[in-house]
Design a binder for this molecule. Sequence first.
Ligand code: FAD
Length: 516
Amino acid sequence: GARGLGLYSPDDPLALLGADTLGRRVFHSSSAWVVEFYASWCGHCMQFAPTWKELAGDVEDWRPAVMLGVIDCAETTNQKICSEFKITGYPTLKFFKPFSTNPDDGIRLLHHGDGIRSLRESIISNVERSGDAWPPACPPLEAFSAAELHSFFQANSVTYLALIFEKEDSFLGREVTLDMVQFDNIAVRRVLQSNEELVRTFNVTTFPSGFLLFSNGSCNIIPVHGDSRPLYTSFLRRLPGVVRGSSVSPTVQPTAVPTTTPAPWRVVDRKKLYMADLESAIVYTLRVEAARFLFLDKERLSALKQYVAVLVKYFPGRLVVMNYLRSLDNWLRPRTNVTQSEWEEALRNKREHPYARLPETPNWVGCQGSKPEFRGFPCSLWTLFHFLTVQEALQSPRFTSPSEVLPTMRGYIHYFFGCRECADHFEGMAAESMHRVKNKDGAILWLWSRHNRVNARLAGTQSDDPRFPKIQWPPQMLCWSCQLIINGRRMWDERAILRFFKSHFSRNNVYMDYMN
Ligand code: FAD
């Protein structure tokens, strides 16, 4: 795929939004908008993308009452606008009622992992709460009343009125109503089981069931049994005279496709680490992840201070980068709260300090992926923390004191890592067993084995780059002695693992190639 397209393509029935279009399309719009804020590197976003596409296809015909969109917050050009929308984790789903005017109007939607159903239903529930801002293209969704029945065809110039009798908690009637938004000559309304008068008038005994009323006064049962939205919808769409209206455009306006070209593939040595990746992890954590918060204080600020302090202590970086981290650490240490603009100002490369510099943008080398959504930041973050656990063990005698790096990583992931489900999962592993880690070698092994657990879980899923399959690491090609075969079963030799880690994640194994 072209770089910059992220997880969605112009062929998907949704709007690909960017910094220049998000506000323009969503604010003051006569449609309700549902926007997925994602990060193309976030594994759960990759796993969620098919669901969001399925939802977009499912409610495609609800346009222009309801519009779906996506924005890739990992795109450098979109980071600022995502921060204005206060997006701190991915994916975040937000509903904007029509005529919304600012980012705070967005209402968070939750996905309950039951496919698209709960999402579709919560879109309807939110549309119903639009009040004065009712989308003009959306017919009424509230229950039909006996009083309305008497004058319905005088007040509405349609040939058909479909009534769907249903229980209070059923969404069928409202879904079919929205499915027919683009069709002329027909109205659809739901009637509640509790409406005794109408239930009696039509002699309804099963719910749901449907009746078709004609403007000439006749009435038929809709021959659909059961709770089947597609059957109701296709029956109604085939009625004579019911046609897709010309007043609404069925397609989303074309969205400009980003035209950035793919970065050239770099030849890398898998036996090496690259300083470009380690620095890029630092760039991304400080300039992007920590910069998302309007305000940093309490535990979150402590986690950040601890992270910067650990980098100062154990990261064997270039002199300019270390100078930069030291001055950031000094700046941060006494503070009890930091606003977003203070943080951005503190991070700025200052001309008066030419020997203290951090690259402006990340640059993945060993962590380059075969597509832009693969690898990159999460790969570099794992690498950075493995590297730090080893640096810590190499710098101070083995058995004296517990690891500082491991709790620092735990705090960072918990408070800042944008892939929220990843963070929750990691926190689960940490809560279960991190307290049993006694020393710095133990920290190396803990992180190695938990990372392998994550690899095992993710192998073969959407976030697995086919060019870099998730394996139990290290492979034999990197370390023969790490694996023992005992009675035909593969076992790890932890002493060999430690030896291998201390050479693989050592300063001498870090290449300075491809530095910005
Ligand atoms: P990565 O797994 O990122 O590994 C980077 C590099 O580290 C590899 O290329 C290899 O050289 C080396 N390596 C691999 N295994 C080990 C090991 N055991 N010990 C030491 N080095 C190793 N994605 C999800 O979809 N769901 C999740 O729940 C999830 N949780 C995550 C939790 C954390 C804390 C992090 C940092 C990331 C998480 N991710 C998750 C992202 C996922 O783990 C990968 O980082 C991402 O898919 C990129 O994969 P990759 O192929 O670049 O290899």
